[in-house]
Design a protein around this ligand. Sequence first.
Ligand code: NAD
Ligand code: UD1
Length: 350
Amino acid sequence: MRILLCGGTGYIGCHAYLVLAARGHEVTIADNFSNSSPQVLHRLETLTESSVNFHRVDMRDRLALAKLFSTRRFDAVVHFAALKAVGESCERPLDYFDNNISGTINLLQAMREAEVRNLVFSSSATVYGDPERLPIREDARLQVTNPYGRTKLVMEELIGDVCRADPAFRSANLRYFNPVGAHESGMVGEDPGGIPNNLMPYICQVAVGLRDKLSVFGGDWPTVDGTGVRDYIHVMDLARAHADALDYLAREDRNLTVNLGTGKGVSVLELVRGFEKASGRNIPYEIVDRRNGDVAEVYADPSLAQRLLGWRAEFDVDAMCRDAWRWQSLNPQGYASLFSTESDRALATA
Ligand code: NAD
Ligand code: UD1
């Protein structure tokens, strides 16, 4: 298939690129680098030993999107492009509505004009808010708890309306739980700008000495050890699900909404211990107040994805920590830890 990855130089997009390229698909990336580095393209080229077809496009630019769709006849689009920081979305909701929702409307219009009718959409467990029941099934109540979450829910709904209006249009909403880890090469991984909002990148930065200690948000949650429980999923398992979802859309005459998680809840302290084991480093931490808007436990029932896609997560917490650590230790400053082409090659063949 000829597949367009919008937001494909981001954390999840670049891992999906590697899986799709390995399956023999012809993949094009579009991104505006608002939260990613051009260095990713260089890393992908090294890893795949072939050039990456890339277009610098902002999803808010309708003309640029139309032009992009005129360069190739795409069979499908995977839509990763979004702003994703919950706290920032509370401070700048309009920017989130503009980037995420307007960008998605533009994309859907460009797809309609170019008659591209297969879409895989990056949704999130955030659409479940504070879950009533665990594990979370896809038919659970949906709830908005912040502007970022609102954009994900609205985007799912917009896509649903387009599917209803055009019965030939197919979509897969993939509700990611907590993606962590990195490609086994350690050449691509998660590179949050500034102070990480999320747990695993924060632990990684403590491990390489960029931060003194981890603040654990709450030690009195009604959980196994009092710390928050989440469903961490290896980014390569997640990436593989995109390829499986594209196969599903090509094969089946129906739309899809599935959870992507392992089904297993892991506490903050369990993840810290897993990381210490994988890295051999001590992770100093301090229990502080709960973070506003947090909930005690979130984990998926991933059985629908297994039934419909034949997909299930394969990597465990040890593998997630091992691969996150490899990425961070090889790239202590993320993509800003500039490697020369030669070092990149050495890394790739190591
Ligand atoms: P990311 O920020 O690393 O990647 C998103 C990419 O989209 C970036 O490369 C960014 O530059 C690009 N982008 C953003 N706005 C754009 C625009 N207007 N035009 C062109 N490109 C644009 O994030 P990620 O972690 O890879 O997440 C990918 C998707 O998955 C997002 O939609 C996110 O909401 C969703 N998601 C992520 C997580 C997570 O924890 N990482 C969890 C659930 C859902
Ligand atoms: C985040 C997003 C959510 C998204 C989800 C999946 C926020 C507020 N929410 O939530 O929208 O759907 O990822 O990617 O960003 N923790 C600490 N110390 C830290 C960071 C986190 O103790 O420095 C704890 C949190 O309280 C939580 C757990 O670690 O219990 C995981 O936090 P995080 O990685 O931010 O993910 P989510 O809270 O699930």
